[in-house]
Design a binder for this molecule. Structure first.
Ligand SMILES: Nc1ncnc2c1ncn2[C@@H]1O[C@H](COP(=O)(O)OP(=O)(O)OP(=O)(O)O)[C@@H](O)[C@H]1O
Ligand SMILES: [Mg+2]
Length: 230
């Protein structure tokens, strides 16, 4: 059985609901997060233009509907974002990276692991931006960030919208969310710029919290990882 426990957060592109799933007559079950991509949004079309560059798209009835932004076309676009996020989560999870476990996809909804408490009030993990870790943890978190983005770059990818808002902090571990726009660093002409912005957004936060980090050097290491596979 699934029960919708209500909206956790309403974002610019999607609404995230908390879902409880359980077997009738047994334990209390598990909490999950359902991300439902909304229909039609200008920011989405902007993102389509920049992020999808370098991805191959076949001309078809579907493509034309999306270009003309008919109702059908808009639903297809929302579905594509959901599909892109689900696929990204599945691949990243396989690589052992800290992302929510992808449970299932249904049209424009991605069901994934809920990052937060499973018992009691079931509080969701805070976004990194809202936290003030003490110095030892801050160093540890920076290392988690560095090794995650590095592993991602080694695989040829950048998050593309990485920030302390798309990073959750749960039990002293970072979990990175919001992946539908995942970027191919080499295949996308703007790939290195996305990677640099990701690096900058995160480094600015660490710097503001009092950790001195060399953003340029870090970006250089990430780029070196990205090109090392060629
Ligand atoms: N798996 C999850 N577990 C717990 N909380 C989550 C999860 N996924 C998303 N959230 C919460 O919902 C918010 C919105 O999710 P997400 O960033 O994926 O959607 P979005 O539409 O891109 O939102 P925004 O426009 O605010 O970035 C997150 O900032 C986080 O607080
Ligand atoms: Mg987000």
């Amino acid at each position: 059985m699934d029960e919708d426990l209500g909206i956790l957060k309403s974002g610019k592109e999607a609404d995230v609901h908390v879902i409880r799933r359980w077997v009738p007559g047994s334990d209390p079950g598990v909490r999950m997060a359902a991300k439902r991509f909304r229909d039609s949004d200008h920011r989405m079309f902007h993102r389509d233009a920049g992020y999808l560059e370098g991805r191959r798209v076949r001309r078809s009835r579907e493509t034309r509907a999306m270009t003309r932004r008919t109702q059908f076309g808009r639903e297809l676009i929302s579905g594509q974002w959901a599909f892109a996020e689900f696929n990204a989560l599945a691949e990243l999870w396989e690589l052992g990276l800290p992302v929510p476990y992808p449970v299932q996809i249904n049209g424009t909804e991605v069901l994934m692991e809920f990052i937060g408490d499973q018992d009691g009030a079931g509080a969701a993990a805070p976004r990194l931006a809202q936290t003030r870790p003490e110095p030892a943890l801050l160093i540890d978190l920076f290392e988690q960030f560095r090794s995650t983005v590095s592993a991602l770059a080694l695989r040829g990818w950048a998050h593309g919208d990485l920030s302390p808002y798309n990073t959750l902090l749960h039990n002293d571990r970072l979990v990175i969310i919001d992946w539908p726009q995942i970027v191919d660093i080499i295949g996308n002409p703007a790939g290195p710029e996305f990677l640099q912005r990701d690096c900058h957004n995160m480094c600015s936060w660490f710097t503001a919290r009092g950790l001195s980090v060399d953003e340029e050097e870090l970006f250089g290491d990430f780029m070196a990882a990205a090109v090392s596979r060629w």
